[in-house]
Structures are given as C-alpha cells and as structure tokens.
Write a protein that binds this ligand. Structure first.
Ligand code: G3H
Ligand code: 13P
Ligand code: ZN
Length: 328
C-alpha cells in the first residue's frame, strides 16, 4: 500500500529533517529567509537555485496576514514549480512558520501546507514552554511537520512582543527540554537580536563576539542536535549607506559580523534566520531609483532592481557566510 502524501509534500515542499542532517554533517547552515511578497519570494528562490542551496522560506504571523494565508499556499507551490520548471533546479524547499505564538496558529499553518513550524514559548515560564511545545510537536509530527522551539530570549522586537534585554539560553535546561518535548530543533540566545540595531556601540567600539561558550555548552549537552540562530542579519553597511545617501535615516544600525556567522555555521547551528538584511536591500534599491528617477512610476522599475540585488545578496550569503551553496 502506498503511503498517503502529506499536504506539504503535495505542494512539492519538504520538512527540515534531511536538510539539518546534511547541515550537521557538512558543517554549514541552511538559510531561512523571511518573505512577505512575490518579489522577495522570487529573489530567495532564484538566489538559492543559482547557488545550489537548500532553502527555508520563512513566514512570520505578520507576513501571513500581509500576504494572505490562502494565497500563501499557492505562492509556495508556485515557488517550487518555478524552481523546477523555469530554473531547472531541484533544491529542497521548506515552508516554515517563524515565531508561532499559539498552538492554533501552528495547526492552521500545518493545515494550509507548511512543512515546518516554530512554536516560540521562550517568553513563558519553563514548564509552560515545555507544555506548549509538546502540544505542537505531538500534532505536527502526526502530519510529518518538523518543529522548532526556543529557550532563552533575544532582545528586540518579534511582531508585537518587545524584549528590552536578552536572556541567554541556560545550557542546563536544553537536554530536559528536548527530551520532554520531542522537538526537532532549538533556537538559542547567544547574543544576537532581531532588527537592524543589534548592538549599542560607543565611538571606536567594535561588535562584541557572540557567546560561543554557551553554544559549546549546549552542543555538549545535545550532541548532534540542530541548533537555530535567530537575529542573524549582518546589517550590511553597503545597504545602510545606500539608504542614508538616498533620503533615508538609519542611525547606528549594526548587525552580526559575517565571520562570526561563518564560525557558527560550522558548529551545530544548522539554521540561520535572515530577515532584516533582505529588508535593507529592498529599501536601499527602491530609494535609489526614487532619488535617481523621480518621474518613474512603474512599480516594475523599482521593484525589479530591488529583487535583482536581493537575489545577489542571497547568493553571497549562501556562498560566503552560511556555506550552504552547492549542498542541495
Ligand atoms: O523575527 C522576526 C522576523 O524578522 C519577522 O518580522 O514579525 O515584522 O514579520 P515581522
Ligand atoms: P534579523 O532581524 O537579524 O534578520 O533576524 C530575523 C529572524 O530571526 C527571524 O526569525
Ligand atoms: Zn527570529
């Protein structure tokens, strides 16, 4: 008897299991790029197809509302078809819910074709995080969907939840958490944060190193278990400058240096989340067209260059930072 296909398999998507196995064995990380619209999705798929990288298409609850939850399923299916038919590429593609905050949201995403979900109970008391994560895992695994959870809190903004201070992951909790929840991967807090303002630096100061000591402790407690790094944009100065030179105002925007991410990707970090870097590229290119060609009003003339530059930035990340290029 042939096995019935899960919904996400019908859309041509895969869950993250095999991706993380490859990343762990090969010393690289799978890119998880956030998208909200067609141009970002096209750029991500093209960039990953061109560089031969597996990819996680990442959608926050805000992005799901923005793009429309019904349309999203067909966008993901269309992205797979574009990769296979037009780009002649067989890269594995996952569709992942970023920072899911309730069981109901995770269930709804699974029912509409997501192959992977994050349940983020990191702000909850430990036992509540365990219970919520386990509930999502039990449901998701019945549908072949992989689950990411989080221990420790990142500073910054995740949708409406604002955290002033980061709260590093306690390595003494990770083993118990993974055992009791059955989760497939774990996001940890080692000094990254969301958004374009990750570190407050005084003049002459450089970015402090991530807490690789905590990462090492976690790896010792969970040998071979996939770890996830959120808030991993580098806030590339090229695009911050382009924004500021073309009428924008981003002051003291700082991200995680790419060499630190490269080191993390060689460890048990199997998934690296990038959203802000993509936002900066798109904004920079659109601002430049608006400034250079004030009479332009065809959206293709400014969204097109933004999409092309985003694709190039993604190829760069996969090749030079995550090491995921040619690993598909
Ligand atoms: O971690 C948060 C992601 O960057 C998504 O951001 O909730 O504004 O879509 P968003
Ligand atoms: P950045 O804001 O650093 O891109 O982080 C994105 C992220 O962690 C999405 O979950
Ligand atoms: Zn995040």
């Amino acid at each position: 008897m042939t096995k019935e296909k899960y919904l996400y398999e019908e859309l041509g998507l895969v869950n993250t299991k095999e991706m993380f196995k490859g990343a762990m064995a090969g010393g690289y990380a799978i890119p998880a790029y956030n998208f909200n619209n067609m141009e970002q999705l096209q750029a991500i798929v093209k960039g990953c197809a061109e560089s031969g990288s597996p990819v996680i298409l990442q959608v926050s609850s805000g992005a799901r509302k923005y793009a429309n939850q019904t349309l999203l399923r067909y966008m993901a299916e269309g992205a797979v078809q574009m990769a296979r038919k037009d780009l002649k590429s067989n890269i594995p593609i996952a569709l992942h819910l970023d920072h899911g905050d309730t069981f109901e949201l995770c269930k709804s995403c699974i029912e509409s074709g997501f192959s992977s979900v994050m349940i983020d109970g990191s702000h909850l008391p430990y036992e509540e995080n365990v219970a919520l994560t386990k509930k999502v895992v039990d449901y998701a695994h019945k549908h072949g969907v992989t689950v990411e959870a989080e221990l420790g809190v990142l500073a910054g903004i995740e949708d409406e939840v604002k955290h002033e201070k980061s709260n590093y992951t306690d390595p003494n909790e990770v083993e118990d958490f993974v055992k009791r929840t059955g989760v497939d991967s774990l996001a940890i807090s080692i000094g990254t944060s969301h958004g374009a303002y990750k570190f407050k630096l005084k003049p002459g100061e450089s970015v402090p190193p991530l807490r690789f000591d905590i990462l090492e402790e976690v790896e010792k407690k969970l040998p071979g278990f996939p770890i996830v790094l959120h808030g991993a944009s580098s806030v590339l100065p090229k695009y911050v400058n382009m924004i500021n030179e073309n009428g924008g105002k981003l002051e003291n925007a700082v991200g995680v240096p790419e060499d630190q991410l490269r080191s993390a990707a060689k460890s048990a970090v199997c998934k690296i989340n990038i959203d802000s870097d993509g936002r900066l590229v798109v904004t920079a290119l659109i601002r430049k067209v608006f400034k250079d060609k004030p009479s332009e009003f065809d959206p293709r003339k400014y969204l097109g260059p933004a999409r092309e530059e985003l694709k190039d930035m993604i190829v760069h990340k996969n090749k030079e930072v995550l090491g995921s290029a040619e690993r598909a």
